[in-house]
Ligand binder design. Structure first.
Ligand SMILES: Cc1cc2nc3c(=O)[nH]c(=O)nc-3n(C[C@H](O)[C@H](O)[C@H](O)COP(=O)(O)OP(=O)(O)OC[C@H]3O[C@@H](n4cnc5c(N)ncnc54)[C@H](O)[C@@H]3O)c2cc1C
Ligand code: SF4
Ligand code: SF4
Length: 608
């Protein structure tokens, strides 16, 4: 099939692109404003393929200054969008460890001891200290609080309403078509195959879609972005070694909650010092809350689900959450390399937008507005090139899109943020100081250091628990868990001081129950497995098996003979296994022993 513009992924970046583009494609009387260069006389043909089964896929409650969103929708009224609110209150809260199980450095222990000693003089309440102010670089004053799923449905309906572009959900793109260093379109995923990708009855090879321009906005774990990186390389010194796994709940707060719609809370310090948390209050007593487990957390026990439960149970948060009820649930990884994660933004026949193009600002904790803005910048550039009948060459895209991006507020803020989180490579206290330094000096000063890939950072379970749990016990527990087909953290965490979770069936429940209650997870038949363990012998030798520990959907289990097993029907496409795998790929140390390919299905919950 031939189109003019083929788009991969419908996240905020693509929503920004298609909103701005479609406005330029239609005249006020509804007739096409631009003809297709490929088929003169016909309207421009723009098609967007989204992997998830709905255009409202999204896994974040969002707080955003909304600068880019407001530039597109100057009259935006939050009342138009379900679950949206204006930000009315922001708090940063330091959580002390009330149970003594978290791994705290001596500096942090000393700080905690001081806080406890002088608690009468501090805003100390329920084992927590509310910071007296929110640093300016984090503040979202006057901004918006959104549900990503609801926002995407709202904006998707508007884009489709214009009638100038088509969006196809449930249609994963398997690869970019590349001919002599020019991207000529995309190939859709084969259907009617078995788990290994072998054709079965009803086999339908993925269709080739030829396009003059391919726009790639497939997010932080997008396989098409990665294919382009492997083919075209990354700019010198750029890498994607900083990331975080975000896991969240959407809950009904209790009837008598004192929390007002528009309240934004950020936490640090607990359950582990490296884990940041958030709680955003939507209208009607609904809240989005969750944690981020970052790449620099040097623990092979990175289970987001269990840590999220301990976080909710912190006395400061539990005072608000007791009596709450789970509505939906989700997990997704977040690219945190920022500007340093930037790939080649444009080439012959293609352009990259959104988080996969390094837009996320790690200092302000903002991703949606930047992703959106990169999309609008590309749309303006595409319209300019179409109007002047110029082809989508690398040179023309650099002269328009890349130039706009470099000249924008987004680039200026990305430069300020570029080194702001480097300090975390050497510990939390240093990390926080580095952020403050970069934030207060507008990026002129930072505590610089090199990000190391997980395989260089992660200790084995035996090393991590040295002095706390004997290696022989760990080996035994590992064997028992492998026989039961379960991950080992559930057995190890209680041994290192983490109390059992008392399930209430409403907010506190087993991981499996949360998967069942908190949204629909689907793995439609007829598609190949999208998570592959590339070199099984590396898995057999692996000291962490962290892929099974971190799996957000319990889709990866220890498996037989030391090689993990993958169940496509439970996978929520969060990408945690891909980022966390602790063994480097033998041919490329920037890759790991897991392939994360294009796949169908995943999590569906419009509230996320
Ligand atoms: C828990 C959590 C909380 C967050 N909180 C905030 C916040 O408070 N404020 C904020 O500004 N940002 C926040 N973010 C970050 C924000 O969600 C991202 O920066 C933003 O979604 C990036 O947009 P994007 O369009 O670039 O990518 P994505 O949102 O990742 O969208 C990419 C799309 O591409 C699709 N796709 C991938 N591969 C394919 C394929 N092969 N074929 C077809 N489609 C494909 C995906 O299904 C997805 O829909 C948060 C993120 C998480 C995970
Ligand atoms: S996929 Fe990676 S983390 Fe999982 S067992 Fe294999 S090498 Fe270890
Ligand atoms: S297997 Fe799926 S659910 Fe599990 S970590 Fe990987 S992407 Fe996430």
């Amino acid at each position: 099939m031939d189109v003019d513009i083929a788009c991969v992924g419908f996240g905020p970046a693509m929503a920004g692109f298609l909103t701005t583009l479609s406005r330029g494609l239609v005249k006020p009387d509804g007739t096409p404003a631009l003809a297709s260069p490929a088929e003169p006389g016909m309207p421009l043909r723009v098609v967007c393929y989204e992997r998830a089964d709905d255009i409202g896929f999204g896994v974040s409650g969002i707080v955003t200054r909304g600068r880019g969103l407001r530039a597109t929708f100057p009259d935006l009224d939050p009342k138009q969008i379900p679950m949206a609110a204006r930000v009315v209150e922001e708090k940063v809260v330091y959580l002390l460890d009330p149970i003594g199980a978290s791994r705290r450095s001596w500096t942090l222990r000393a700080a905690d001891a001081c806080i406890r000693a002088f608690k009468g003089l501090l805003p100390f309440e329920k084992e927590a200290v509310e910071l007296p102010w929110t640093p300016a670089f984090l503040r979202k004053e006057g901004g918006l609080l959104l549900s990503m799923g609801q926002f995407m449905q709202w904006v998707g309906a508007q884009v489709q309403g214009v009638g100038a572009v088509q969006i196809w959900p449930g249609t994963p793109v398997s690869q970019a078509l590349i001919q002599e260093d020019k991207v000529t379109g995309v190939r859709l995923l084969d259907q009617g195959v078995d788990k290994q990708g072998r054709p079965g009855s009803g086999f339908m090879p993925g269709m080739d879609i030829h396009a003059a321009l391919t726009v790639v906005g497939d997010g932080p774990v997008g396989p098409i972005g990665r294919q382009l990186d492997e083919h075209f390389g990354r700019p010198q010194g750029h890498h994607t070694r900083d990331w975080a796994v975000g896991m969240k709940f959407v809950v009904d707060l209790p009837q008598d909650t004192p929390l007002k719609a528009g309240t934004v809370m950020h936490t640090l310090g607990f359950p582990e010092p490296e884990i940041f948390g958030f709680l955003y209050v939507h209208p009607d007593r609904i809240a989005s809350l969750g944690i981020f487990v970052p790449s620099w957390f040097d623990s092979p026990v990175r289970t987001s689900y269990r840590y999220l439960q301990h976080w909710m149970l912190h006395p400061y948060l539990w005072a608000y959450l007791q009596g709450s009820k789970l509505r939906s649930w989700g997990a997704k990884t977040l690219g945190e390399s920022g500007r340093r994660g930037e790939p080649c933004l444009a080439g012959d026949g293609y352009a990259r937008i959104g988080e996969g193009s390094g837009t996320t600002n790690v200092l302000s904790g903002s991703g949606v507005d930047e992703a959106w803005t990169s999309g609008t910048q590309l749309a303006e550039s595409v319209l300019e090139l179409l109007q002047s009948a110029k082809p989508f060459t690398k040179g023309n895209l650099e002269q328009t899109y890349v130039k706009r991006r470099r000249a924008s507020w987004m680039e200026a803020e990305a430069r300020v943020a570029e080194k702001s989180r480097d300090g975390f490579q050497k510990g939390v206290v240093r990390g926080l100081l580095g952020m403050a330094l970069a934030g207060l000096t507008k990026g002129r000063l930072a505590l610089e250091s090199q990000a190391a890939p997980p395989y260089k950072r992660l200790p084995t379970l035996e090393e991590y628990y040295l002095g706390r749990i004997p290696a022989s016990d760990i080996r035994q527990l590992r064997k028992e868990c492998a026989i039961k087909g379960v991950s080992v953290h559930a057995a190890l965490m209680p041994r290192s001081g983490w109390p059992a979770i008392a399930y209430d069936g409403k907010l506190l429940m087993s991981h499996q129950d949360a998967l069942l209650l908190g949204g629909k997870v689907a793995g439609p038949p007829g598609y190949a497995d999208h998570v592959l363990f590339l070199y099984p012998h590396l898995c057999v030798e692996c000291g962490t098996r962290i892929c099974a520990e971190v799996c957000s959907g319990q889709a990866i289990t220890p498996g037989e003979n030391g090689v993990p097993a993958f169940d496509r029907e439970k996978c929520v496409h969060c990408g945690a296994c891909y980022w966390n795998c602790s063994q480097p790929h033998p041919d490329d140390p920037e890759r790991r022993n897991i392939a994360f390919q294009a796949g169908a299905g995943g999590l569906h919950s419009a509230e996320n």
